[in-house]
Design a binder for this molecule. Structure first.
Ligand SMILES: [Zn+2]
Length: 327
């Protein structure tokens, strides 16, 4: 697993040698003074030849460097498979030093996921101080490291620090509103526990205002309202959510629960029925199992990944029925 080390060392020596060699060729000590030989003797052949050699060696160097990078990627995957997160982290860090500048955000994001795993290990052995350090480091590496926010808040709650937990999860909602729903259950429980449920309803309303298509915030808020004895308000939100995502089983279940609370008030049942009649449930029921490309009709070759016979019809299956194809 350290095969690439001599290779890298050799490569660095090679590059350093070339640079020093080139400098040595160019500057010579004459009469106790360094002089530039290129200025003294400008032979076009010499310069061309030197550039040719250097160019060739750099091609070789790049080829060898990418071989080293591939070895490191494989090594990282190997460590990840074994859950050796620290080793995987070190490997990715070495890799990021070889990478181009524009690959930096992606490397930082991967490093953040690995930091998060190291933090989870610390959490499992109840080393909360180390866990906090790791989750925080993950967030510092990548401000959108969603699981690190969730876990950091969990450690704070375990530590009895509800206030910090709330601030951390609210920060997650702010930096990654598209993933905010992952923190909804935590934020709602915390708001109820600390006696300020309006903190949760305000957050949901703000998300809906910012993004009218946010059906998850509507669903979360509706559940909260239904539980607080406001099934009519809950249904209004759920019907609006249904327009945004007629496929979501969770919305339909919440609607039936709220309708049940209202003893199936006929006007509301009619409204639900009307909405579902117009919703195009099976607009794109076929999905490619290989690349998840969606199509309204069954295709024999996927236009996206070009694989054959990879489409299945998507069905809304009961959660406990595990024999259904999961798509
Ligand atoms: Zn495909």
């Amino acid at each position: 697993m350290t095969d690439y080390l001599p290779l890298l060392a050799g490569l660095i020596a090679l590059l350093a040698g070339l640079t020093i060699g080139k400098a040595w060729e160019r500057y010579k000590l004459r009469d106790g003074k360094w002089i530039d030989r290129r200025r003294a003797r400008e032979s076009p052949h010499y310069i061309l030849g030197l550039n040719f050699v250097v160019a060739n060696q750099i091609d070789l160097a790049i080829e060898e460097l990418s071989k080293a990078a591939d070895a490191l990627v494989n090594l990282q995957k190997l460590h990840e498979d074994q859950h050796q997160w620290s080793e995987a982290y070190d490997t990715r860090q070495r890799l990021s030093k070889l990478a181009d500048h524009d690959e930096r955000p992606q490397n930082q994001a991967i490093l953040a996921f690995l930091e998060n795993e190291i933090g989870l290990e610390a959490m499992r052995r109840k080393d909360y101080a180390e866990a906090i350090r790791r989750f925080q480091a993950a967030i510092d590496l990548d401000a959108r490291a969603v699981p690190a926010y969730l876990n950091l808040g969990d450690v704070r709650v375990a530590d009895g620090n509800d206030k910090d937990a709330a601030a951390i999860w609210e920060k997650l909602v702010e930096v990654a509103p598209d993933r905010a729903y992952l923190a909804f259950d935590r934020l709602e429980a915390l708001a109820l526990r600390t006696g300020s449920p309006e903190r949760f309803t305000r957050l949901c309303r703000r998300l809906i205002d910012d993004n009218p298509q946010d059906w998850r915030a509507r669903l979360a808020l509706s559940r909260h309202l239904a539980a607080s004895g406001r099934p009519h308000d809950a249904l209004d939100l759920l019907f609006a959510a249904l327009v945004q995502n007629p496929h979501a089983l969770g919305i339909h279940q919440a609607i039936w629960r709220a309708l049940g609370q209202l003893r199936h008030e006929p006007s509301l049942v009619d409204r639900y029925s009307e909405l579902t009649r117009h919703a195009v449930f099976y607009l794109d029921p076929h999905v490619c199992l290989r690349c998840r490309y969606r199509s309204t009709e069954l295709l024999w070759q996927c236009p996206h990944c070009h694989d054959w016979n990879t489409f299945v019809e998507e069905r809304i299956a009961p959660a406990q029925d595990t024999t259904e194809v999961e798509v």
